[in-house]
Ligand binder design. Structure first.
Ligand code: T4K
Length: 374
């Protein structure tokens, strides 16, 4: 049984029933509004705000543009403190705004930015902190906010992984000045490509809505140099349909997570993250961490071994953003500044997790990990 017939990827989109989507398509065909704040777009924003428990949301063509525009919306410049342990889009959004990224290390518990390391990275040029809720686990938001308030700087959360995540019943998206989401095909909730900015006032939502639509306010007035980052009607309709099913998706992902945890418990040198206290999770990823000496195999060997079975885990987030060409010469990219991030980047392997992942596949993956594959 060396080779699994169908490839098992780290992610697979959960598609809603096609017949239901065609009903939406018929409406689009009838009214011929394909994009530019059409009826599905408006309905989607309202339905999303209600589902997520947030007041103001503006949907975007993707999460990366949402990040870029979030920084524009606050007119940030100078330096922004961020995490190297993320998808490269987080730091790219700073570069696109001509902002200097300053990397701060992560904490070993949930691999989010370590609040204790933030303050010493603040300089007179610092304008904001941009932490990431990695794998959907909430950052230490109260501590981060206190630091930001002390220094009069903004907080923008990259919440790309944190769709539907709540802490003490409150959406994590209600923290900070702005948060962004990604609705990419590989995410818990998807509009194929897509994203959003969550803000806390009607005025800011107007501003963000203008920025994603070339800066237009009305038909003839351009107030600011905006961009085109709109979500079209096909994607908004797809999103509306996804909202009907997302709770069942999350429930399925939770049961997959629990099965992984039970099959992989008590393996020397292998660890995984537990649920956080008082948090409703959406189980976006299932990362495991391998300590080579105790586990007896390094992460890359396991990654390759799984590939032999047609199983494709992913090393999110390796390499660290700070080691990529555009950022590796930054003073904050040096190893000594981010040792925890460097350590976990070498240990992490995200195992497949998606709605249609079969139990047998999970057993197979865990048996391979345990060396019981022969
Ligand atoms: N901030 C954070 C923290 C993020 O993680 C991301 C994106 C962003 C910002 C930016 O948001 P977006 O601009 O993307 O909305 C994937 C995703 O493309 C990316 O959205 C995501 N994070 C990142 C963590 O993962 P890749 O390059 O690893 O994707 P890819 O195409 O290799 O897909 C992984 C596997 O999923 C494939 O091996 C097969 C499967 N797959 C993929 C697609 C696209 C499918 O089965 N069907 C599909 O349609 O980046």
């Amino acid at each position: 049984m060396k080779h699994n017939e169908h490839p098992i990827y780290v992610a697979q989109p959960a598609l809603p029933p096609l017949e239901e989507y065609t009903e939406y398509l018929k409406k689009i065909w009838d009214n011929k509004i394909l994009t530019n704040n059409g009826p599905f777009h408006q309905e989607f924003e309202q339905a999303l705000a209600d589902y997520l428990g947030v007041k103001y949301i503006s949907v975007f063509a993707n999460g990366t543009l949402a990040l870029v525009v979030a920084l524009q919306a606050l007119r940030l410049g100078g330096e922004v403190i961020t995490s190297p342990f993320s998808f490269v889009a987080t730091t790219h959004s700073l570069w696109w705004n001509n902002i200097k990224p300053v990397f701060v290390d992560i904490e070993p518990g949930y691999l989010n930015m370590d609040p204790e390391k933030i303050e010493k990275a603040i300089t007179p040029a610092t304008t904001a902190i941009m932490p990431v809720h990695v794998y959907g686990n909430p950052c230490k938001m109260n501590e981060i906010q206190q630091i930001a308030d002390r220094h009069g700087i903004k907080v923008i959360y990259d919440a790309a992984h944190a769709f539907g995540v709540r802490i003490d019943g409150n959406s994590v998206l209600n923290f900070g000045d702005l948060s962004i989401l990604s609705f990419h095909a590989t995410k818990v909730f998807s509009t194929i490509e897509g994203g959003a900015i969550i803000c806390h006032s009607q005025e800011m939502k107007h501003h963000i809505d203008n920025l994603k639509n070339f800066g237009f306010r009305g038909e003839t007035v351009v107030e600011e140099p905006g961009i085109n980052a709109k979500l079209n009607e096909f994607q908004a309709a797809y999103g509306l349909l996804q909202l009907k099913y997302v709770d069942s998706y999350i429930a399925k992902r939770k049961s997959i997570t629990e099965l992984y945890r039970s099959l992989l418990k008590n393996i020397p040198g292998l660890s995984y993250l537990q649920d956080c206290d008082n948090v409703k999770h959406s189980y976006s990823y299932f990362p495991i961490f391998l300590d080579e000496t105790t586990f007896g195999m390094n992460r890359d060997s396991l990654y390759e071994k799984l590939k032999e079975y047609n199983i494709y885990g992913r090393r999110y987030f390796y390499p660290l953003i700070s080691s990529f060409e555009p950022y590796k010469e930054l003073p904050s990219a040096v190893y000594e500044n981010i040792p925890v991030a460097n350590k976990f980047a070498l240990q992490v392997l995200c195992l497949p997790i998606y709605v249609e992942l079969k139990e047998e596949a999970i057993h197979l993956i865990c048996n391979i990990i345990k060396g019981k594959d022969n």
